[in-house]
Design a protein around this ligand. Structure first.
Ligand SMILES: C[S@@+](CC[C@H](N)C(=O)[O-])C[C@H]1O[C@@H](n2cnc3c(N)ncnc32)[C@H](O)[C@@H]1O
Length: 326
């Protein structure tokens, strides 16, 4: 592996855009999830948390549903060259397993790990280089929620004759579906495939399923990771308490939300801007929507994405969906 990496950075993640998004989050008292992956430290904490709590790391059956989804995609794609675009690639572990399987199917593989965090993109690149040639990897930093020209960007990057396989793994829980799905759908062209995964609420009773998965969020590792955002701004642990609860969100969906409740007044400064938090006031730090397989199908269909294969873990806590444009 070379001592340097070429990373393309979209203007949606240029410092002035990031600063503007940060001020927006603080004014609205609702933190944009991208700020939990900003620094190298946050990236490391999230990767450690993922290692402990992610079913794909600890549940062989959950890993198997991804493998089945990957194998079906590899079977359906007839082109010899496949370009995987990992949207919100994180550490790139899932995308790399996909690239390995495509390679085992005799495909020439190309990879664009795409994430809001430069650190994540570099981790994903390193992971993928175990199974991919360096010249076929095109790390890309962008904010998927705000970049409006990605269709053109990805089209310009596409290797001629290559089929495109987009991945959107574990991303949907942290976005309002009405905001991110039109953007995701616009990136999927008629012959492309999309592999999509969602964290699910297990069992027939949606509300009871949510109670069951709450400890996956309400734990020390998650608190430690989420608190990084506030601590970096100068807020201290003793300024308040982080509380998790289940609440109704958009589109009739339920989610786990984390809010920091100030137990004393606190003022912080971000460059020239000052923010005052009163005692008793709260800031929403995080949310994670949980779907059911039926709810995934319905919400994807409403944005023109048709599911042509689905694999649900025996735990019913995670599902993988292979989609195409309707
Ligand atoms: C829950 S992790 C999922 C990572 C990976 N796909 C996986 O399944 O392991 C969410 C990822 O989305 C990225 N992310 C969050 N907001 C984003 C945004 N607005 N645009 C692009 N990536 C974003 C984070 O940096 C993080 O790597």
């Amino acid at each position: 592996m070379s001592a340097t990496a070429n990373v393309t950075i979209h203007r949606s993640q240029f410092p002035e855009a990031v600063r503007c998004d940060l001020l927006k989050s603080l004014r609205a008292r609702r933190v944009n999830h991208k700020f939990h992956y900003d620094s190298v430290k946050q990236t490391q904490k999230w990767l450690a948390l993922h290692q402990v709590y992610s079913p794909t790391r600890n549940d062989a059956d959950c890993r198997a549903i991804y493998q089945k989804g990957f194998a079906t995609a590899a079977h359906k794609i007839k082109a010899k060259q496949v370009h995987v675009i990992g949207l919100g690639c994180g550490g790139g572990q899932k995308d790399t397993r996909l690239l390995k399987l495509l390679k085992a199917h005799g495909k020439d593989t190309f990879y664009t790990p795409c994430d809001v965090s430069t650190a994540m993109v570099l981790v994903a690149r390193k992971t993928a280089l175990a199974v991919l040639q360096e010249k076929n990897c095109f790390p890309f930093v962008c904010d998927l929620a705000t970049a409006n020209d990605l269709t053109v960007f990805f089209a310009s990057r596409l290797t001629s004759h290559a089929s495109r396989l987009l991945t959107f793994f574990g991303m949907i829980p942290n976005f309002e579906p009405q905001e991110i799905l039109p953007k995701l759908a616009s990136l999927v062209r008629p012959k492309d495939f999309l592999l999509f995964s969602a964290n699910l609420s297990p069992g027939a009773n949606y509300a009871a399923g949510m109670e069951k998965i709450l400890p996956q969020y309400d734990n020390d590792l998650t608190r430690d990771w989420l608190m990084m955002f506030l601590l970096d701004l100068g807020i201290e642990k003793r300024d308040g308490k982080l509380k998790f609860e289940i609440e109704g969100g958009g589109s009739g969906l339920k989610r786990v939300a984390a809010r920091f409740f100030f137990s004393r007044a606190r003022q912080i400064k971000v460059d020239g801007d000052s923010f005052k938090f009163r005692c008793g006031e709260s800031v929403r730090i995080f949310f994670s929507y949980r779907y059911t397989p039926e709810r995934v199908l319905k919400v994807l269909a409403s944005f023109g994405l048709e599911v042509c294969g689905q694999w649900i873990a025996k735990s019913q806590e995670e599902g993988v969906f292979l989609c195409q444009r309707k």
